[in-house]
Design a protein around this ligand. Structure first.
Ligand code: PLZ
Length: 460
């Protein structure tokens, strides 16, 4: 059952051009007041959001296929989350869990211990952002192993703090000019089925990665291998079958902590609580954030008790980590997923998106690949003859969709991937309508601009 606030009509309505005059005015104030390093995908300011709609300050109702970058999985202002936060805020906003703890933090830890893959004894620590949790997973793995090296993968995204910038692969815009980066971070090749070709199955891709690790790092020096089971910012890359299990096996055999960064792929997004489940792997540590607290800032590291407990008392924490409002929101978000059957809903949304996108691909050779699981789906755009990445087309399609009132995000090392991340509270009708818009703007980009002139137009 979809629970949608009455006030927000679930319909795409464009009352002004996008952006409308109020957004234009606010954008001018943003430019004067906010550091220019903080960019925005759309030049549109939000007024309200819920179901599958973001209402802007000019009264335009936009279809949300971004979920605030995979955060509002249970919906924006999901009723249970709103009620739980309202109730908590009446009691207290903050005491600091490290000073006078409160039950909601413990309840979230218990829930994450239960929901993450594997039935071994687990512990959880809570933080504020995805990057902070990834950093803490690395701290914990180093404390447990007594080793310092960490391996991340090609196309990886793990955050913008110093250590997580080092783990993140892409220079522009995440790292360029912001070094020096944390030492003892090494990079291994990923399994990328669309680009690897058929001969490179999952096990061979794992062998290729393990070779690099053994030769360039040495297992004896390696504390942790950090990987997104399905990559987010890097292009929604789903590794070939067998890749992740082979890496887990190698980690077990070599005393290396396997860390799954499920910040984007986790918490019901793919039709399972965690994407790791699709590959049959049980990570040693699981990092969660984004969808976990229905839009409030909360992240966690959950994993094997003996690893999690390796950090000395007082070694983990932070003023706001596991804030009571965020914990109340997380408990309500978990309840929402269960009560509203949102794991199945994510799978069902995938069944709406994938066939439509595959049909578009069959008719348009600029779509090189359609991939993803559940409500985490992507389209990779390429140049017709070469299959080289075509970021201009992805950008053009996304901004044309924006003008038609559909919030769409791009991603990928080359910026040539369009990602569809609807909130699980969206209706089939709205999702279908957004896909109609996507099909239209794609067709128009083809008719009006044959490939050559398209490139010229964007370049000029
Ligand atoms: N790990 C897998 O996807 C955040 C970044 C948006 P924070 N992804 C969105 C941007 O441009 O900053 C992310 C992720 C994965 C870690 C993170 C980091 O999470 O909550 O943004 O710190």
């Amino acid at each position: 059952m979809l629970v949608v606030p009455d006030a927000l009509e679930q319909r795409r309505v464009l009352r002004t051009e996008i952006p409308g005059p109020r957004s234009v005015e606010l954008m001018a104030r943003k430019s004067a007041a906010v550091a220019s390093g903080v960019g925005t995908t759309m030049p549109v300011f939000a007024a309200q959001a819920g179901g599958g709609i973001v209402l802007d300050v000019d009264g335009n109702s936009l279809i949300d296929l971004g979920s605030g970058i995979a955060v509002t999985t249970v919906g924006n202002s999901a009723p249970r989350v709103v009620a739980a936060v309202r109730e908590q805020v009446e009691y207290f906003t903050h005491t600091c869990f490290m000073v006078t703890p409160y039950a909601a933090y413990v309840q979230v830890a218990e829930a994450l211990n239960e929901l993450t893959p594997g039935d071994h004894d687990k512990r959880t620590a809570l933080f504020n952002s995805g990057a902070e949790a990834v950093e803490n997973a690395v701290k914990i793995a180093r404390a447990y192993t007594g080793r310092s090296a960490v391996v991340a993968f090609d196309h990886a995204y793990h955050g913008r703090t110093n250590l997580t910038m080092a783990l993140t692969a892409k220079s522009m815009p995440y790292k360029s000019g912001f070094g020096p980066f944390a030492p003892e971070v090494y990079r291994a090749p990923l399994s990328y089925p669309y680009r690897d070709g058929k001969e490179m199955d999952g096990e061979r891709a794992a062998r290729r990665a393990i070779d690099v690790i053994e030769k360039q790092v040495g297992a004896a020096n390696l504390a942790a291998l950090v990987i997104e089971p399905i990559q987010g910012e890097g292009g929604f890359i789903v590794p070939a079958d067998g890749f992740l299990p082979a890496l887990v096996d190698w980690c077990r055999a070599n005393g290396v902590v396997f860390v799954a960064d499920e910040v984007q792929s986790g918490f019901a997004r793919t039709g399972a609580w965690f994407a790791s489940e699709h590959f049959g792997i049980v990570p040693d540590l699981v990092v969660t954030a984004k969808g976990l607290a229905g839009g409030l800032p909360l992240s966690g590291v959950t994993g094997r008790a003996e690893i999690m407990d390796a950090a000395h008392s007082g070694g983990l924490g932070g003023t706001y980590g596991g804030n009571p409002l965020a914990c109340a929101a997380a408990l309500a978000a978990i309840e929402t997923v269960v009560d509203e059957g949102l794991l199945d809903r994510a799978t069902a949304l995938g069944r709406v998106m994938l066939p439509r996108l595959h049909r578009m691909q069959a008719e348009d050779s600029r779509i090189g690949d359609v991939r993803g699981i559940g409500a985490m789906i992507a389209v990779e755009f390429v140049h017709r003859d070469t299959s080289d990445p075509d970021p201009q087309l992805a950008k053009l399609v996304a901004s044309a969709a924006h003008r038609q009132g559909v919030i769409l995000l791009t991603c990928g090392t080359y910026g040539n991937v369009l990602r569809l991340l609807p909130p699980l509270s969206i209706s089939d009708e709205l999702l279908e309508e957004a896909l109609d818009v996507l099909a239209d703007v794609l067709a128009e980009s083809d008719e009006r601009h044959p490939q050559v002139s398209l490139d010229q137009e964007v370049a000029s």
